[in-house]
Design a protein around this ligand. Structure first.
Ligand SMILES: [Zn+2]
Length: 325
């Protein structure tokens, strides 16, 4: 005798009792079919997961924008700088014959109850991809077991993830362009009037940063306290005034660096200040920090900035869309 006793919290299929035997399992009050129950407990190492998602992240049709495509770098992030929850609790994974075939992770921030979604990734395509994504999403929610805000950052060519997050209620918040430059592509600098920040410019720097980036992830105070040998603040001075600044952070162990902020005082725009600042920042990252490439993310609507980066030698690498729900 077969009796339906509920729906699987992973795949949504019926969970049944057959001749008095429960064909499934219960985990923290939710029932799962045997297959999903097995996936819920599936184990993986950071090496295994890092290699799997970095490999798929190389393909624009599976690309999530939060991390790179080098396995070593992704593994290192998973081990040292990923999620406030344990790595094993931050991923839902589907395995077949001992190998990962699909995964969805969340870089979960406990204080803000926000999860950046890494994936979904699946070796399947089409309808099966969407099925894997739904199952992973339910399993991931069960594992994290908290309400929060979810962020997705997908390549415009990753239409399956965009469709998936839209169906969950994800709203398109912004379009971003990733630009990149390699050392040999950087245009040389003609004149060098850019200098290191000194306390002389503290007040002007604070007010310019607040004006240009009113609500950003680093305040002017954050930048001043983060400043060190690798995180540098360069300024350009004109008529004893602060005309602009650029703030960069280098990560020498990964041979990479990022230009976090660049701003030019409106009174000094159109005078090549932005170009000089960018070239100085890039030269620091390439020459002093041995960066192999520099990437930046710019709002797709900010054509002036995109134009400036291209003038210095950057080229467009990806277009991404940011969603949340
Ligand atoms: Zn199931």
């Amino acid at each position: 005798m077969k009796e339906v006793v509920g729906k699987c919290a992973g795949c949504g299929e019926d969970v049944v009792c057959r001749d008095g035997f429960f064909e499934g399992e219960i985990e923290r009050g939710a029932s799962f079919c045997f297959t999903c129950g097995r996936q819920l407990r599936a184990e993986f190492t950071e090496e295994e997961m890092g290699s799997f998602i970095a490999g798929l992240n190389k393909n624009p049709e599976q690309h999530t924008g939060y991390f790179g495509t080098e396995a070593k770098e992704v593994i290192d992030t998973l081990k040292t700088d990923f999620s406030d929850l344990a790595c094993k609790d931050s991923f839902a994974v589907l395995k077949e014959n001992g190998k990962i075939i699909a995964a969805l992770g969340a870089d979960w921030d406990q204080d803000s109850a926000t999860g950046e979604l890494w994936g979904p990734y699946s070796l399947a395509s089409g309808e099966q991809w969407q099925k894997d994504a739904s199952r992973l999403w339910r399993i991931l929610q069960h594992k994290i077991n908290q309400n929060g805000t979810w962020h997705g950052f997908y390549n415009v060519q990753n239409q399956q993830a965009i469709q998936w997050i839209s169906l969950l209620g994800g709203k398109l918040k912004s379009r971003e362009v990733i630009l990149q430059v390699l050392p040999e592509e950087l245009k040389p600098s003609e004149k060098e009037s850019v200098e290191e920040f000194t306390e002389l410019y503290t007040e002007e720097f604070k007010s310019l940063h607040l004006k240009v980036f009113p609500d950003s992830y680093f305040s002017s105070g954050d930048i001043l306290s983060r400043k060190n040998d690798r995180n540098r603040l360069f300024v350009i001075e004109k008529n004893q005034r602060l005309a602009g600044y650029v703030y960069v952070e280098a990560n020498p162990s990964h041979n990479e660096g990022s230009i976090e902020y660049i701003a030019v005082n409106p009174e000094f725009r159109g005078m090549g200040m932005g170009e000089a600042l960018l070239k100085r920042a890039a030269a620091f990252l390439f020459q002093d920090m041995n960066a192999k490439e520099i990437s930046i993310c710019v709002n797709a609507g900010n054509e002036a900035a995109i134009h400036l980066y291209k003038k210095v030698g950057f080229s467009e690498k990806h277009r991404l869309e940011f969603y949340n729900f």
